[in-house]
Design a protein around this ligand. Sequence first.
Ligand code: ZN
Length: 73
Amino acid sequence: MLENQMVNDKHWKHHESKAKVVGECAGCKDEIYVGHDVYELEIDGENFLIHQDSKCCERFIEKISFWKVAGED
Ligand SMILES: [Zn+2]
């Protein structure tokens, strides 16, 4: 049992070190690795990658939009 656990750890670490970074999340600013689920969009010729996570989307929207109260100038 103990031996199996060690083998699994070794395999996991090997896999982790091989993960390739493909960009940065425009929401949380964390790295995006190959295989992650992301949204990709283009605004004014600039490409953005965002994790498929509601928090990341929320942060991204806050960055690129104006915060106002609907109906007020
Ligand atoms: Zn993110």
